[in-house]
Design a protein around this ligand. Structure first.
Ligand code: GDP
Length: 401
């Protein structure tokens, strides 16, 4: 597609992660750069190398500095260079392509150019950022066409004048956007509560290992600390916020502001209380009191109600039976932690995504679908069809052909 016309180069491997880096380049100028810099052990120039043959050799710079490299001509005018993974080697090689007038583009752009279908390309890019098997599986289904097929179906419905069914389907997709955007960005759960109730210990219990130093003194957890983990296979970032107490101390006041910001951006707030046998059992008034207390401390109403967790249930002995089990935990013994995890996931992902369910997963798709719903609501069917084309990236593939 792009290879015969443009001179491009891109680094396909992430910085500083692997022992080997891959630089890819295409176009006439890329071939010129290879002939100027790469001496193949078999003595042939790049055009004489067989396609897909792995060629060992040396990469040279102007000072005759030589470095081992492997070059593979992957098609008529496209080559891959495999070099040492350190940033210096990568920069040197990409710099040589740039000197030969190859434009350096980010790997995402390279992938988009190589993948004619826009949503498939977006799924490939998102897959790189997916951190768990479950999130990867949902993205793989989008890569396989789940979302693309659904948008095509919606477009056909609009074409045949069935705007209201199309709108229903679009609204269904829109309802899945918050879930879809989290496939590449963990859900944010804030653990809040008064000092010493066991917030840090609870995070350790949820993460499954000892993460932070736990002190017996109130107010030792001052900054917002986050740990990213997977709960039931979904990526979740747990935030431990400073004790939210009003204070005259400027340092603590800054901590409180930061804690409030973190809470405002959270998908879920866990409010931790130390269980007390004097608490009246199953008391909804208690939960309401806590909710208003949280709102007051946070300084603004929360998007959803906080999940109240009663910690240190190991201290209660026998009198624990009547509490809702998901609320009652012991960070110390691990009691109630699996039930708490289940409850957290139910709150974050209230539906189970079905196999091959279409899920929008990028901001671009989210914006496009929201606009599509607006056009359908105002019965602008022609504009709606164009928006479907845009969502599918038809404009883009038409341009690059
Ligand atoms: P934070 O200030 O809310 O982060 O509280 P910490 O996690 O620092 O815990 C305060 C104290 O309570 C520490 O001494 C912990 O060992 C103790 N603690 C935490 N969770 C439990 C629990 O479930 N049971 C008991 N008995 N002690 C706990």
């Amino acid at each position: 597609m792009s290879e015969s016309l443009e001179n491009l180069a891109s680094v396909l491997t992430p910085p500083g992660r692997g022992a080997v880096a891959v630089v890819i380049a295409c176009g006439e100028q890329a071939m010129v750069a290879i002939d100027a810099r790469f001496a193949a052990a078999n003595g042939r120039r790049i055009r004489e190398q067989e396609i897909n043959r792995i060629v060992f050799g040396h990469w040279r710079d102007a000072n005759n500095h030589r470095e081992e490299a492997i070059v593979c001509r992957t098609s008529q005018a496209e080559i891959e260079v495999h070099c040492h993974g350190g940033p210096a080697a990568v920069e040197r090689i990409i710099g040589h392509f740039a000197e030969a007038d190859c434009e350096t583009i980010p790997w995402q752009q390279w992938l988009e150019r190589q993948t004619p279908d826009k949503i498939t390309a977006e799924a490939k890019i998102a897959l790189v950022e997916a951190t768990t098997l479950k999130t990867s599986a949902v993205l793989l289904q989008q890569h396989g066409g789940a979302l693309r097929n659904e948008i095509q179906r919606i477009q056909q419905l609009i074409d045949s004048g069935e705007g209201s069914e199309a709108l229903e389907r679009v609204n269904h997709l829109i309802a899945r956007i918050p879930f879809g955007l989290h496939l590449t960005k963990p859900w944010r759960v804030v653990i809040a509560g008064r000092p010493n109730v066991g917030k840090s210990s609870l995070i350790n219990a949820l993460v499954g290992y000892q993460r932070a130093i736990v002190y017996d003194q109130p107010g030792t957890t001052r900054d917002v600390v986050s740990s990213v983990t997977a709960l039931e296979g979904w990526p979740v970032a747990l935030f431990d916020v400073a004790g939210l107490r009003e204070t005259g101390e400027p340092l603590e006041a800054a901590g409180i502001a930061l804690a409030r910001e973190t809470i405002a951006a959270a998908d879920l707030v866990l409010w931790v209380e130390e269980v007390d046998s004097a608490m009246s059992v199953g008391d909804s008034e208690f939960e309401q009191t806590v909710a208003s207390e949280v709102n007051q401390l946070v300084g603004q109403p929360l998007a959803g109600s906080p999940l109240v967790v009663l910690n240190k249930c190991d201290k209660l002995g026998e009198s624990t039976q009547a509490w809702r089990p998901e609320l009652l935990v012991s960070a110390l013994t691990g009691e109630g932690i699996p039930e708490l995890i289940e409850e957290i996931i139910e709150r974050l992902i209230p539906f189970a995504p079905e196999a091959n369910e279409p899920i929008p997963f990028t901001q671009r798709q989210s914006t496009g679908l929201t606009r599509l719903a607006e056009e359908l609501e105002s019965n602008q069917l022609e504009a709606a069809v164009r928006l479907c084309d845009e969502l599918l990236g038809h404009e883009l593939s038409a341009k690059s052909q």
